[in-house]
Design a protein around this ligand. Structure first.
Ligand code: DGY
Length: 319
């Protein structure tokens, strides 16, 4: 008999078709954002869960999962919404979807860098409001990014893909990570063992660290103050990395010229202070939102589930 799989959100059609072909799949046809209680109720008798970043799988929920549930596959590379320690203690396998969203997310970081630096959001709002009075030499002057210094915090797959793209703009790459890359991967990028030390050397800062308690509010007032005046900040990783009050204050004072954000600490809610700021470009967590990538993420999650239920090690096991 096919294992029963609870799927927490509507997935792309080809992914749902494959899930329905291989599993007794409990799909979310109405794309209802399940509360913890609803998820638990629907998980009764399920063998596995396929969840998304919006589903908090914390120790409390893990403790209440029916004993039948043996695996949680998240439709994401980030897994800070899952308490992997609590999962491991309960013997619950957890998998994620690395690699397949590297390019789409790196593209989004570059999109945000350019949109913020070149004031694209302000320009679009001007046009939509019918307030554009024609070309003027001093209108909406932004910050040049070509040839500037890009600081990448977190030089994993996505950080490296951002660096590759930024080299196309002749940007000088600085990075920090817990480990220094080898020369072939580094490609001339300048390593800073101390991320705080990197901050004084960059014109654009792009965050690519994991979320979670260890990195919460990493970009705080003290670190923002270390960035040169006029720097641009990009976050396509996790909203929890940023102290929103501090970033909003820095954007208001002009110390930070502009920011591009795709992710927020308490999604889908964002700090109200961002809404009225012209110099921040806001996207609704679109990093991996391409048809190709979302299909690939679904297939990767199903590959992990298939392996697990076939008695093989899931390739992307994180707990
Ligand atoms: C992830 O996979 O972690 C992303 O945030 C979803 O795009």
């Amino acid at each position: 008999m096919a294992p029963t799989l609870l799927v927490s959100r509507r997935l792309p059609p080809v992914v749902e078709q494959r899930a329905a072909a291989s599993y007794s799949a409990r799909l979310n046809a109405n794309d209802e954002p399940y509360s913890a209680e609803r998820l638990l109720a629907l998980a009764q008798g399920a063998d596995g869960l396929l969840v998304c970043p919006g589903n908090t799988v914390d120790a409390a929920l893990i403790g209440r999962l029916p004993a039948s549930v043996k695996i949680v596959a998240t439709y994401s590379v980030g897994f800070d919404h899952i308490d992997v320690k609590a999962a491991a203690q309960r013997g619950l396998v957890v998998t994620n979807t690395p690699e397949v969203l590297t390019d789409a997310t790196a593209d989004t970081a570059i999109l945000l860098m350019l949109a913020a630096a070149r004031r694209a959001g302000e320009g679009e709002r001007l046009l939509r409001a019918g307030q554009w009075d024609g070309w003027r030499p001093t209108q909406l002057l932004g910050t040049h990014v070509s040839g500037k210094r890009l600081g990448i915090l977190g030089m994993g797959r996505i950080g490296q893909a951002v660096a590759k793209r930024a080299r196309g703009f002749d940007m000088v790459i600085h990075y920090s990570d817990i480990r220094r890359l080898g020369p072939a991967q580094e490609q001339g990028a300048i390593y800073h063992a101390d991320p705080d030390e990197l901050l004084g050397h960059v014109d654009v800062l792009s965050l690519h660290m994991p979320g979670g308690a260890d990195t919460a509010k990493f970009l705080n007032a003290a670190r923002l103050a270390r960035l040169p005046k006029g720097a641009v900040v990009v976050n396509s990783a996790r909203g929890t990395l940023v102290d929103d009050d501090a970033l909003i204050a820095a954007l208001k004072s002009g110390h930070i010229a502009a920011a591009g954000l795709d992710v927020y600490a308490n999604e889908p809610h964002l700090h109200a202070g961002y809404r009225t700021l012209e110099n921040v470009c806001l996207l609704p967590h679109l990093g991996s939102a391409t048809v190709e990538t979302r299909n690939a993420m679904g297939f990767r999650a199903l590959d992990n589930l298939d392996a697990f239920f076939a008695g093989k090690p899931p390739p992307d096991r994180v707990a």
